[in-house]
Write a protein that binds this ligand. Structure first.
Ligand code: OSB
Ligand code: MG
Length: 369
């Protein structure tokens, strides 16, 4: 495959509700999307990195720099031998930077699948036509505000609630949400690394609330700590930040560091690695679910396709577009009966709406090809 044009669109899309986690607060979705043109198709992909390196070590400007100066030149050197399937090996000499690798591999895969007239879901091995939607609920200034937001989501049909927690905002909000909405609510928490193993006894208090899982309580490089914590709490530990590859997943499972895995394609370097993690987890009886990075419609479309694989047995953070944005850059993903529909068109199955893309684009950069 030969790349004819590569253009980076820098976007700023306002969020309908500020999103506060243990590592910071976002008011705007800031990202870039990559447009990749070949002779036969145009592929799109969205970068998962955030403006600052607070969720992971990657950040938007760094990802773009790596993409432009390190990744694209190595891929262009492959000439006609370039395809999504060879990206991983070709980029192996570049350490880390999985979110940058994810964006170029995904754009290539989208262009290839559009050329082959095959959907992402079909290609990845989706076995469902729609996926149950969960929602990730940020930290609020007060419990009443939290309850109002959770109630709105439940009324809209969300099938699972994830509460962001941090020291000082953990036991009490979980208790009140459980008591207010009842024992049938599928409920889980996400700490984004805000605790240490010294907090094990405190975190064990959450065992009383029958949570589906506790996501990433400890630092990302603390697999042994998570394994030890899992021995001290009954709530299943789920890893997010700690799992950057299939090898990480295999190690975490072997160590007993998690009983569930959150798979985010951007965090692990793309959909092919995401599928490898899915396969390893499935072979080991570890449930997985699809995480998110507050993606616009371009990233969401591919995530929803991944979430339709058979090992994704828990509702993901694949929420409807209006949970994030008043206006998206694609046709919105809409909640129907608590589900999102897996796109069936070629590639990711959605396109940017030109006017919306233009409205949210703050600048564009062309990468020489
Ligand atoms: O830890 O899962 C996380 C958003 C940004 C960075 C990290 C995380 C999140 C979310 C929201 O929880 C997931 C989503 O709705 O896209
Ligand atoms: Mg998380």
């Amino acid at each position: 495959m030969k790349i004819r044009d590569l253009t980076v669109h820098h976007l700023r899309i306002p969020l309908v509700v500020p999103f506060r986690t243990s590592f910071g607060t976002s008011h705007v979705k800031e990202t870039f999307v990559l447009r990749l043109e070949t002779d036969d198709a145009v592929g799109w992909a969205e970068c998962g990195a955030e403006e600052d390196p607070l969720y992971s070590s990657e950040y938007l400007e760094g990802a773009e720099w790596v993409l432009r100066t390190q990744l694209v030149p190595r891929l262009l050197a492959l000439g006609e031998g370039l395809s999504a399937g060879v990206v991983r090996d070709a980029l192996e000499p570049v350490k880390g930077h999985r979110m940058a690798k994810h964006v170029i591999e995904t754009a290539l895969l989208d262009a290839e699948l559009r050329t082959a007239d095959m959907s992402f879901g079909r290609y990845l091995g989706a076995t469902k036509t729609r996926v149950p939607a969960g929602v990730s609920v940020g930290i609020f200034d007060s419990i009443p505000e939290l309850l109002d937001n959770v109630r709105t989501y439940i009324d809209q049909g969300y099938q699972r609630i994830k509460l962001k927690i941090e020291p000082g905002w953990d036991i009490e909000p979980v208790r009140v949400v459980r008591e207010t909405f009842g024992d049938d609510l599928l409920l889980q928490v996400d700490a984004n690394t805000a605790y240490t193993l010294r907090d094990a006894r405190h975190l064990a208090k959450l065992d009383a609330f029958d949570l589906l899982l506790m996501e990433q309580p400890l630092p990302e490089d603390d697999l042994l700590g998570h394994a030890e914590l899992q021995k001290r709490i009954s709530t299943p530990v789920c890893l997010d930040e700690s799992i950057e590859s299939a090898r990480d997943a295999a190690a975490a499972i072997a160590l007993g560091a998690c009983e569930v895995i959150n798979i985010k394609p951007s965090r692990v370097g793309g959909y092919l690695e995401a599928r490898r993690i899915h396969d390893i987890a499935e072979a080991n009886g570890i449930p997985v679910w699809c995480g998110g990075m507050l993606e616009c419609g371009l990233g969401r479309a591919a995530n929803v396709a991944l979430a339709a694989l058979p090992g994704f047995v828990l509702p993901g953070d694949t929420s409807a577009s209006n949970r994030y944005f008043a206006e998206d850059i694609t046709a919105p993903f809409v909640l129907e009966d608590g589900h999102l529909t897996v796109p069936t068109g070629p590639g990711i199955g959605v396109d940017p709406i030109p006017e919306a893309l233009a409205a949210f684009t703050v600048s564009t950069t062309t990468i020489p090809v």
